[in-house]
Design a protein around this ligand. Sequence first.
Ligand code: NAP
Length: 354
Amino acid sequence: MIAMNKFRIGILGATGVVGQRFIQLLEDHPQFEITALAASDRSQGKSFAEACTWRLPGDMPERLKQIIVQRPAPPLDCDLVFSSLPGDIARESEEEFARAGYPVISNSSPHRMGVDVPLLIPEVNADHVALIDVQRKNRGFGRGFIVTNPNCSAIVIVMALAPLHAEFGVSSCVVTTMQALSGAGYPGVASLDATDNVIPFIGGEEEKIEAETLKLLGRFQNDVIAEPDMTVSAQCNRVNVSDGHMASIRVKLERAASIDDIRAALASFTSEPQHLKLHSAPERPIIVRSENDRPQPRLDRDSGGGMSVTVGRLTPDNVLDYRFVALGHNTIRGAAGAAILNAELLAARGYLRR
Ligand code: NAP
């Protein structure tokens, strides 16, 4: 039985790496309950138990086993959808759901840079939700809309940059990522490519980080996002780690700041999700560690239930002003957890209806 006071959720791409994370994180969620699951034609018409090989610790939730997997197209028996479809499928499917009146909370990339689509990190740019009204007007949507969360590395990087940009102004940022295998979905990178190896290429990733960072840190004014005057340069590597994206970040600041100022800005950072006490909001969005060998994926990716970003190795830099290393869980803060936090913010702001 579905609790009357909960929003009914459909998951698009439910059988995938991110889809399974959605399912895990939504079990026992106080506001959301899964009522529909969709995936490719390989899975459609099968029960979820038949269609999905469960790859997270623990078991597939019993209640979902008998749900029949459907096509990712409206109508679905739900109030809103979370989407983790592959990019090429997501563009059309998400637009179709929004047009049919469903809020679409997406983690896929095709709509992220749309001028009327919020690219949201609730701690960083909660005011960008106002783009929903612009989008509805532009596209003739009724109750539906599309809201996206960023690329899984961009979110980790921008969480760390946001408090520094707010206090000192970041004028340049150079980033090198070391990204986990689960970021490529399942089965992802072939084991013979991944083992004993680092692959210095992830298609489209560098461009996404460079573009999304500017949109995320932009100001919402006169119905558009005005990007900051900042240069961002990214290089991305796939490394032999299961979960957890790491980024080495160097920044140049507009205003002078001591290393203690930087550490305090990062460690004391809290924002609207913490003030609103949203269910998935970590108490501390950024955890600053002082040990000289942290953060590490295995030790730090689950901090704050996978929703905190851990920063360490903070030190002055000889070329730019400061450098540090940031780490976050790519399928939680970088994907499913990010989308769920977005939905919690939208619920608090009255954008969701049962
Ligand atoms: P994945 O493990 O490959 O899962 C893909 C999902 O989409 C599966 O449920 C699959 O269903 C479904 N699907 C595939 N082709 C389809 C089609 N033609 N029509 C309908 N459904 C189809 O991928 P993932 O890692 O979960 O990533 C999903 C999306 O999230 C991608 O856009 C990715 O860029 C984004 N993302 C991923 C991460 C991450 O860390 N993995 C982070 C942020 C964003 P079947 O099982 O039936 O094939």
